[in-house]
Design a binder for this molecule. Structure first.
Ligand code: URA
Length: 183
């Protein structure tokens, strides 16, 4: 069995936090493993829960466009989230973020995935991922650089003029970080 298959087998029935009762499918990761760049978002949404893949809804489509414009095709990347299960009850309350206790419960799964993916660059998608990953020193522990870009779901809520600027800024931040990584 590959390390990825082992990872899936280990976590697919995870019951470490109450989110396990809210998911239809666990959402571990997508992309290439190992990778050069690992994108870490917050939590799966309804589309991700349905397909069992991160960033496949509207925010994911925008993130794909940003990544396509910023990363050379030779750079391998993967995507995951702070938590692997759809926080359906929080979303129903209008609260978009997973609880801190849920993020902490999912930490061993995320740490294992970072160890498997061996990224040189970790891109935190949104401030929640940044606050958590940066303070938890994933990057320093694994020898990866850690940066933050705007969350594409926040971009989708912006007025059109701001949207274009926010996308452009994310592309520039990513390109600069990837250029430094490749040097
Ligand atoms: N938002 C996230 O943070 N992660 C996803 O997988 C989808 C939307």
């Amino acid at each position: 069995m590959s390390a990825w298959t082992d990872h899936v087998a280990k976590w697919r029935d995870c019951t470490a936090c109450p989110l396990c009762r809210q998911r239809s499918n666990i959402v571990l990761a997508r992309g290439q493993v190992p990778c050069d760049v690992l994108f870490c978002g917050e939590a799966p949404g309804a589309s991700e829960d349905a397909l069992s893949l991160p960033f496949v809804g509207p925010a994911g489509h925008l993130l794909d466009q940003i990544v396509d414009r910023a990363l050379p095709p030779t750079v391998r990347y993967a995507l995951t989230n702070l938590v692997a299960c759809y926080p359906a009850e929080a979303k129903a309350r209008g609260d978009n973020e997973p609880e801190y206790s849920e993020i902490v419960a999912c930490r061993p799964r995320l740490m294992e995935f970072v160890a498997l993916a061996k990224p040189k660059l970790i891109v935190c998608v949104g401030s929640l991922a940044w606050n958590y990953v940066e303070h938890d020193a994933y990057g320093r522990v694994r020898g990866a650089n850690v940066i933050q870009i705007v969350h594409p779901a926040a971009v989708l809520r912006m007025p059109l003029a701001q949207k274009q600027m926010a996308v452009q800024k994310a592309i520039v931040i990513l390109r600069n970080a990837v250029d430094s990584m490749l040097q």
